[in-house]
Design a protein around this ligand. Structure first.
Ligand SMILES: CC(C)(COP(=O)(O)OP(=O)(O)OC[C@H]1O[C@@H](n2cnc3c(N)ncnc32)[C@H](O)[C@@H]1OP(=O)(O)O)[C@@H](O)C(=O)NCCC(=O)NCCS
Length: 169
């Protein structure tokens, strides 16, 4: 298992988080002009700069036209420091409509400052407004960091399991 990185509390002022709370963080729908910063945060986590991928994610989730598709960014002092992406899926996997979180990433320099929590709260509120009452996600079994985060937010193992197989050429 991959261990979660050691927890070192960031300087909250540097992170744009006020000492008595996280009021300096603004969460809003992504804009095209945010994409370079989103790509840079993703590249710090994955090591890959996936410009075409992010352009297509923006087209699908970032239009802001449908409440079922959500691509939100967190800003500290005007700088993008994190993002979350998800959508409401109707009756997939035999379940009533529920909100799925596909991706959440926070700039490593501002982690443990409440940004991830704000992002998850914001997308949950959007899903609630869209009429769903359940939030789901999938994560790699050995990603103990993301597991610790989702557990801290109240998420627990659900009734679904994932299955896969290799497809022969
Ligand atoms: C997971 C992640 C989004 C958390 O963002 P964050 O802004 O640091 O989260 P918060 O500050 O809101 O932390 C909320 C809680 O999560 C848990 N948590 C967060 N980081 C943790 C860590 N390194 N170790 C253990 N628990 C942790 C804690 O319970 C924390 O609450 P506490 O600080 O009161 O103890 C961030 O670490 C990240 O982007 N990681 C990489 C994500 C990734 O792998 N994405 C790809 C798959 S989608």
């Amino acid at each position: 298992m991959t261990a979660a990185p050691a927890r070192t509390r960031p300087d909250k002022a540097r992170a744009g988080v006020s000492p008595d709370g996280d009021t300096a963080i603004v969460v809003r729908a992504v804009r095209r002009s945010d994409l370079d910063q989103v790509i840079a945060i993703d590249a710090t986590v994955t090591g890959l700069e996936k410009r075409r991928y992010w352009a297509s994610v923006y087209r699908r989730y970032g239009s802001g036209e449908r409440s079922a598709q959500q691509f939100l960014v967190a800003l500290a002092q005007g700088r993008v420091v994190g993002f979350v992406i998800g959508e409401v899926r109707d009756w997939e996997f035999g379940s009533p409509p529920c909100g799925w979180v596909f991706a959440i990433d926070v700039d490593p320099q501002v982690r443990l400052g409440g940004v991830g929590t704000r992002l998850l709260q914001a997308i949950s509120a959007s899903f609630r407004r869209a009429g769903v009452r359940k939030l789901r996600t999938m994560l790699a079994r050995d990603n103990t960091l993301i597991l610790s985060f989702f557990r801290s937010q109240g998420m627990m193992a659900g009734p679904l399991i994932s299955l896969e197989m290799d497809l022969e050429a």
